[in-house]
Design a protein around this ligand. Structure first.
Ligand code: ZN
Length: 321
């Protein structure tokens, strides 16, 4: 009798230990991030689609990492809009190499701040560049001068864009420029205290492929957003938006959000810049992503107004949902 009881107790303990081991293993598995970098940067499904890959950059200095987006047209042309802080260049290089890209047909600078043009000089020296596209704003700093020198030395064409311009990205994607207006007036003492001035001169570009569209407006602040809505209104409506100024509360006015009315909003930043701004896009029905949480984000469309989305990481907590 005693032996039987003891055997039953032992069995019960063994079952408990096993359950505990399974539970611990489940917790360990849940905590382990599944990294889909290879899938996000796998170009094998890209043909016939317009794809945008919003990079997660990791700063290796005190500066913020910045913006970088790689777009591939349905016919295989490559556009890069912005290229992060100089210290993030290894991330940009890795992404391009993973995609098998050796030539960037359109290298676009939204504006000449270091967290947007930091990688330009290295890209221009290391990759085959079709042309560099910028606004006419000049910004005499060392990083700006470096990439202007790179353009000069490599004799890459430099195309200046302004409101009213449009061009084709490959044979199927129309690019329209909404901002800034031609003829920039610099104030006395420029570039001193020019952060807001330069941000408000960011290129605003809409890429349209059939019924699908993407809007990129760099680091525009509220004043320029209001101006943009007043001048272009309905034309700003886009399926996907790169959220202005990394999702900071300097930007994303209600008027601008209402005009764009996107299905997908992506913020590139090292953190959530402002929770209210994040929520404001989410509450209007946009699927909202932040590269600091979701990792790199792939948005791909066949031009039918539908968007396939793949993020590098799953979200561990539901706090942001
Ligand atoms: Zn920026």
């Amino acid at each position: 009798m005693m032996n039987l009881l003891r055997r039953n107790d032992l069995r019960r303990i063994a079952v408990l230990v096993l359950c505990l081991a399974f539970a611990l293993a489940a917790v360990a598995l849940a905590d382990e991030q599944i990294d889909r970098y290879a899938e996000v940067f796998d170009p094998s499904q890209d043909a016939g689609r317009l794809t945008a890959r919003f990079l997660q950059l990791t700063t290796r200095s005190d500066d913020k990492s910045g913006d970088a987006t790689i777009l591939i047209s349905p016919d295989g042309f490559v556009m890069m809009i912005d290229a992060g802080n100089p210290s993030t260049y290894p991330d940009i290089d890795r992404a391009l190499k993973s995609l098998g890209i050796t030539r960037i047909d359109y290298l676009v600078a939204s504006h000449p701040h270091v967290d947007h043009i930091g990688g330009f000089a290295q890209l221009i020296y290391n990759y085959d560049i079709g042309a560099v596209y910028t606004s006419e704003v000049e910004y005499p700093t060392s990083h700006y001068n470096n990439y202007m020198r790179a353009i000069e030395e490599t004799q890459v064409p430099h195309i200046i864009l302004a409101e009213g311009d449009s061009f084709m990205f490959g044979g199927h994607v129309l690019v329209e420029v909404f901002h800034p207006a031609p003829g920039i007036e610099y104030y006395q003492g420029y570039p001193e205290n020019s952060t807001q001035f330069v941000n408000n001169l960011s290129l605003a570009m809409k890429l349209t492929y059939g019924e699908s569209s993407f809007l990129f407006c760099g680091d525009l602040y509220t004043a320029a957003e209001r101006d943009l809505v007043a001048r272009h209104g309905e034309r700003l409506k886009s399926g996907v938006v790169k959220v202005n100024h990394h999702g900071a509360n300097t930007s994303s006015t209600k008027r601008f959000r209402d005009a764009v009315d996107p299905q997908v909003a992506v913020m590139m930043h090292d953190a959530i810049a402002d929770l209210m701004t994040y929520r404001s896009w989410q509450r209007m029905g946009a699927q909202t992503f932040v590269t600091s949480i979701d990792g790199a984000v792939l948005v791909s469309t066949a031009g039918d107004g539908e968007y396939f989305i793949l993020t590098q990481f799953d979200r561990n907590s539901g706090l942001l949902n």
